[in-house]
Design a protein around this ligand. Structure first.
Ligand code: ZN
Length: 847
């Protein structure tokens, strides 16, 4: 067994409780550790195998139930990240205590036990240490059974300088003063959980005053000087935790909850039980000055992580193939909680934008099924993508809407009750849902989970009803996989002579006739937009919808119509002219998400077309956007919603950038100058647009100003706004300056890869950016967190010329991105789609 799968641990010895004492040194960036693991030996063994990576093991002994102490010999296997502990005599079955002394490094790769620095209020660099263990990096901090199914209890002690704060998963039991201005912070036992959820954080921290959620105090922790940015997160933290306790019907399983902002953080946040870590922009925010979108991001991430405390932490996947369910479910729950907390944000409506982004990737031949077999744990790294999070959440939402919200929730409760403090597989969830709903959930979901892609539903009118046909949607059609079928929940709303009919149908066959009493005047086949599929209406049905665009269709349904038509244009199924004519009908449109898809397609088109076509595109978009900007004005109207304020900003930003409207650019510059003098006199939701326009048209003086604002920002949001805006400057010498920022240590490695992606996506900087990326590739691989590399590479979708495409392909053939093979393949195919469109559309937009 172990010979075949050296990356899987044997199960003949299992851990039950770890007593873990760690002493990090924040000056030498090292740590020492001492652990006692209570184990259960299931059969007599000569060897105990567990995980360890980048650790030195100094002394190992095992005390068995008979009181005998056995010394162990250590053999480290660096490749498989394992330690084999051998004993001279066999270890008998039964209980035992394994004692290990070890040491390791606080690395700079933002995984395992790692280091971070930040500027203190006194201008000095300050150190801190934090952990990030998912998926398999707990083994870099302490020897352990580092697989999710080996759940155990953790009792952590951290030995730190007396002036520092130490945080772990459970509450502090006591602090003991030690010689040399040190202290030992002793934490309570955690609940039984997986290694990847263990956390320890050491540094100077300030915490918000605790608020109680049930019996657990909740706090937000940040490095000194940022506590005032915690209020918003405390509010949504409490609200979402309470929401989930009620939804799941189970109290929060931890004994306290700290939400901790870490200055260097590879992903958005991490759901360590009781000690959730975040990048600063996802937690700390000035609720009075941040934009609605920035606030929504904090609300989303906090809710997402809190949802994991049950789904993920209390019940955990058996193995990494089940990771998608953790993430898809937490993403789904994040929408539910934010929607309940701030209904005026219409969170499920804006989720359509995320759903559409997932459909964009899932329409590629190089997409993947949501769940796939994972052998080696590192293969799970490829699961942290849009298909897991956004497609996964979309199909759960589709299922919830099909089954009914209450029935769905009852199934979830059953699943959590049944598998709490243990592990489960996807199929266990379908069992629970089938039991509580008596519906064939598994048959339906298997078509969505194990099958890549999604269907295009074609709809034609019949004398009494409609005929629906399903076929796989693909941007590049090569005729493959045309026999693929899904169980498609169809949410139908149709207008007939006798009124409006609502119907839910399951389309499982290739084709189905839907019988209605009357002839159909108009029909919406994905009513509410919950379905993960596209719809193609016959021309007479489409005409009916166009006439009733604002009357018969909800905002989400208009979004779907526009987005499906745009996808259809990219796939060559609809002409670009038809798409542009359709968006011309949106002059009265007031919905932010509908405009998001229109503006998004404008940016996409801009990257595809040549300079002459671009001028024509600008005129056309200007004619569409200008009336909308005039209608909304430049200042908030009394009583307008936050979404309307956001839309104003989006419209202005688009008019001043992709439409290149000169008067708009001028006005934006004036308002930006006013914002610099007195920030609070300009509406906060307009500021990102002003920044985007000033950067887009920016000079060296503007650049210096932006750089200064980035360096001296007052909030994490301000810092990233001005940093990422540097990618939008177009003058060649300014592009060079930004490129140099990506590798010379001035920008945190958590942000550099995304800055690089931004420059690649800037049409006027792309050639320089690509050549820079090629020549600094090795440095980037060395410096950036592993998970960021495939995301940075998304920028190549902007390199839309046949020559650049060929060069990009050649480069990645020689430099494969191991941790993101699939993602890079998808970026390359998206580039292929764009170059194909460039060819197809070369005679259009020439007037
Ligand atoms: Zn998550």
């Amino acid at each position: 067994m172990s010979a075949e799968k050296p990356y899987r641990l044997p199960t003949n010895v299992t851990p039950e409780r770890y007593e873990l004492k760690l002493t990090p040194d924040l000056t030498t960036w090292t740590f020492t550790g001492d652990e006692r693991i209570s184990i259960h030996v299931h059969e007599p063994v000569r060897e105990i195998i567990l995980n360890a990576a980048e650790l030195e093991l100094h002394a190992v002994s095992l005390q068995t139930a008979d009181g005998k102490v056995r010394e162990g010999r250590v053999n480290l296997d660096a490749e498989n990240e394992r330690a084999t502990l051998s004993f001279a005599e066999p270890v008998p079955a039964g209980g035992g205590d394994l004692q290990i002394q070890f040491s390791g490094i606080l690395n700079d790769k933002l995984h395992g036990f790692y280091r971070s620095t930040y500027k203190g209020a006194d201008g000095q660099d300050k150190p801190l240490a934090s952990t990030q263990f998912e998926s398999t990096d707990a083994r870099r901090a302490f020897p352990c059974w580092d697989e999710p199914a080996f759940k155990a209890v953790y009792q952590v002690t951290l030995v730190v300088d007396e002036k520092l704060t130490a945080i772990s998963n459970a509450r502090v039991v006591r602090e003991n003063a030690l010689p040399g201005n040190k202290k030992a912070v002793v934490f309570a036992d955690s609940m039984k959980m997986s290694t990847y959820l263990v956390a320890f954080i050491v540094g100077e921290f300030e915490a918000s005053a605790p608020v109680m959620v049930g019996n657990a105090p909740l706090r937000v922790c940040a490095v000194p000087g940022k506590k005032h940015l915690a209020t918003f997160a405390v509010d949504i933290g409490k609200a979402s935790l309470e929401h989930f306790s009620a939804y799941y019907g189970i109290p929060y399983p931890g004994d306290k909850l700290d939400l901790i902002a870490i200055p260097d953080f590879a992903s958005g946040a991490m759901e360590n039980l009781g000690a959730i870590t975040f990048r600063e922009t996802a937690l700390l925010v000035d609720a009075e000055r941040a934009t609605r979108a920035e606030l929504e991001r904090v609300a989303d991430v906090v809710s997402h992580e809190n949802a994991h405390m049950w789904f993920g932490d209390l019940v955990t996947m058996k193995w990494w193939n089940g990771l998608w369910l953790n993430e898809a479910f937490a993403t789904f729950m994040e929408m539910l909680a934010v929607d309940a907390w701030k209904p005026e944000w219409r969170r499920w409506d804006s989720f359509t934008v995320s759903r559409a982004a997932a459909m964009q990737v899932d329409g590629l031949k190089s997409t993947r099924p949501i769940e796939f077999p994972v052998e080696r744990p590192e293969e799970a790294a490829g699961m942290f993508d849009i298909l897991t999070y956004e497609k996964g959440a979309s199909v759960l939402r589709m299922l919830e809407q099909y089954l009914g919200a209450d029935a769905f929730r009852n199934g979830i409760r059953l699943y959590l009750r049944r598998h709490g403090y243990a592990n489960a597989e996807t199929t266990d969830l379908w069992d629970a849902l089938e039991e509580s709903t008596r519906q064939p959930v598994r048959a339906l979901m298997d078509t969505w989970i194990f099958q890549a892609g999604y269907p295009l539903i074609s709809v034609v009118k019949e004398p009494r009803g409609l005929r629906l046909t399903q076929q796989i949607f693909r941007y590049l059609q090569d005729g493959s996989d045309r026999d693929r079928k899904w169980h498609v929940p169809i949410f139908l709303r149709a207008g007939t002579k006798s009124g409006v009919i609502n119907k839910t149908i399951l389309l499982a066959d290739r084709e189905q006739h839907i019988e209605l009493d009357d002839a159909v005047d108009w029909a919406v086949v994905n009513a509410g937009g919950h379905g993960f599929y596209r719809v193609r209406y016959s021309s007479e049905l489409l005409d009916g919808l166009k006439q009733g665009l604002q009357k018969q269709l909800s905002a989400v349904e208009r979004f779907s119509l526009i987005n499906d038509t745009w996808a259809s244009a990219l796939a060559g199924l609809t002409s670009l002219t038809d798409y542009l004519d359709l968006i011309d009908l949106l002059r009265e449109e007031n919905d932010v998400n509908v405009w998001t898809t229109v503006i998004g397609s404008g940016h996409h088109l801009e990257r595809i077309v040549d300079d002459q076509q671009c001028a024509s595109l600008e005129r056309r978009l200007g004619a569409l956007l200008q009336p909308a900007v005039d209608r909304f004005g430049w200042t908030p109207k009394k009583g307008e919603s936050e979404l309307e304020s956001q839309l104003r900003g989006d419209l202005v930003g688009a008019l001043g950038t992709i439409a290149e409207e000169k008067a708009c650019q001028q006005r934006a510059r004036e308002l930006f100058a006013q914002y610099e003098k007195s920030p609070d006199t300009v509406d906060r939701n307009l500021i990102p647009a002003l920044i985007a326009i000033v950067a887009h048209t920016g000079t060296a003086t503007d650049y210096d100003k932006f750089y200064g604002r980035f360096k001296n920002a007052q909030t994490p949001q301000e810092e990233t706004r001005f940093l990422f805006a540097l990618a939008n400057f177009c003058m060649p010498e300014l592009v060079d300056r930004t490129l140099n920022l990506t590798i010379h240590g001035e920008v945190r490695t958590q942000n550099s890869p995304y800055l690089m992606r931004g420059i690649l996506l800037n049409k006027r900087a792309r050639v320089k950016a690509w050549s820079f990326m090629k020549s600094h590739w090795d440095e980037m691989l060395r410096q950036y967190p592993d998970n960021a590399i495939p995301r940075m590479c998304e920028g190549i979708i902007g390199l839309v010329t046949p020559d650049l495409e060929a060069d990009v392909r050649q480069f990645f053939a020689k430099h494969p991105v191991k941790q993101g093979t699939k993602q890079v393949e998808q970026h390359l195919e998206r580039l292929r789609v764009a170059v194909t469109c460039q060819e197809r559309w070369r005679d259009l937009l020439r007037s």
